[in-house]
Design a binder for this molecule. Structure first.
Ligand SMILES: Cc1cc2nc3c(=O)[nH]c(=O)nc-3n(C[C@H](O)[C@H](O)[C@H](O)COP(=O)(O)OP(=O)(O)OC[C@H]3O[C@@H](n4cnc5c(N)ncnc54)[C@H](O)[C@@H]3O)c2cc1C
Length: 337
């Protein structure tokens, strides 16, 4: 059975990771071709604040909440078991009006004694989170996956320009398949590989070579306030700030809104004032109808759709789901041959 995977972001890697660990992959007649466009076609996964946290999301309130809750635990189990490069477990502090925090988390924590900032009692919520350095983590994951490749598996750097019912056409060649996993994100939408959803740009600021003005902070952390994340990655001496939605379609957006939000954050938390080399980063996300990430089957193509704001958790969950679909197809079509 010929399996074709398109893409190299967290959606593709989430599936490939599960595939190479599966009994199915060990079958002689499984042929895997993994195709992705090169550096000129950056993935959203590389341009992402890449934060993984439960953030008070509970089961039983909505289908999206159920998916995000389940996905968090699938991602957490993977990160804890594998301890990948570029991933750090940190404390995340939410500082918002008390009613808002109560509504989301159901309770407030007494963290006065134990938090980095010594906030007043009952004034914030603390949770565990994983902060991820996208390129280090993705390189580690790609290497892990390709180490399991056998003589029936290959990676090809190519841009798919047309996806037919049983063959994908790229700039460099044609790729026939029995089953294709389309994990092409928002670029795939632009190129017509998938038909539904919209592109949603997201922007954030990155500061490198960071030095805090007041005192040395020697621990990574996340502060979520005013709808923005302030992520300090001590191992990289970098601050990542933002993750907002903008309507503009240009690749270098106005960063004024983020600058203003950062200024307000630093007015409220003066001890976080810092110096660093700034750049603005933009990522292009795929947003599926109703903002609901989904796996859609169209003939022999399985589209992984709309990971939108949550690819670093949902990518893991959908990887398992798509592997089940591939296994079912194999059992129905090839197993008895
Ligand atoms: C500013 C911002 C902040 C974010 N913050 C978070 C966060 O804190 N936590 C979180 O979980 N998520 C976050 N996200 C969302 C997350 O980054 C995305 O959901 C995720 O990266 C999407 O992964 P993907 O694999 O679906 O798509 P992508 O990462 O875009 O991967 C698609 C891949 O397919 C390739 N490709 C596309 N078309 C073709 C083609 N025709 N031929 C060959 N190859 C092709 C591309 O080159 C790319 O490698 C954020 C996103 C942004 C923009």
């Amino acid at each position: 059975m010929k399996i074709l995977v398109i893409g190299r972001g967290v959606a593709a890697l989430g599936f490939l990771d599960k595939l190479v660990r599966s009994d199915l992959f060990a079958q002689d007649h499984i042929e895997l071709t993994w195709v992705s466009a090169g550096e000129g076609y950056p993935s959203c996964s590389l341009n992402s604040t890449a934060l993984v946290a439960l953030q008070g999301i509970k089961q039983g309130l909505s289908p999206l909440g159920d998916l995000l809750n389940k996905s968090y635990f699938t991602a957490r189990d993977f990160l804890e078991a594998e301890r990948p490069n570029g991933v750090y477990k940190v404390e995340r502090y939410h500082k918002s009006p008390v009613e808002k925090l109560n509504h989301r988390f159901g309770h407030l924590f007494n963290v006065q004694e134990h938090n980095l900032f010594k906030w007043p009692i009952n004034d914030c919520v603390k949770e565990s989170a994983y902060i991820i350095h996208p390129s280090d983590f993705l390189s580690w994951w790609q290497e892990l996956i390709t180490k399991s490749f056998n003589s029936n598996s290959k990676y090809v750097n190519d841009l798919i320009t047309e996806l037919g019912p049983q063959v994908a056409t790229g700039v460099k060649g044609k790729y026939p398949f029995d089953l294709c996993i389309d994990a092409s994100g928002s670029l795939g939408l632009k190129l017509g590989l998938k038909k539904s959803g919209t592109e949603a740009l997201g922007h954030y600021l990155v500061f490198n070579n960071v030095f805090f003005d007041d005192k040395e902070i020697n621990k990574s952390f996340v502060l979520t306030t005013g709808g923005q994340n302030f992520i300090y990655q001590h191992e990289y001496r970098s601050v990542v700030f933002g993750g907002t939605d903008e309507k503009d379609e240009v690749h270098c957006p106005k960063s004024s809104a983020l600058n203003l939000a950062l200024k307000e954050t630093l007015e409220d938390f003066a001890f976080l004032k810092f110096r660093g080399e700034k750049k603005v980063v933009s990522g292009s996300r795929h947003r599926a109808p109703r903002r609901m990430p989904q796996v859609i089957k169209e003939g022999r193509v399985i589209h992984i759709m709309g990971l939108y704001k949550n690819g670093y958790t949902v990518g893991h969950e959908f990887g398992e789901q798509v592997l089940c679909d591939v296994q079912a197809y194999y059992d129905a079509t090839f197993a008895t041959r």
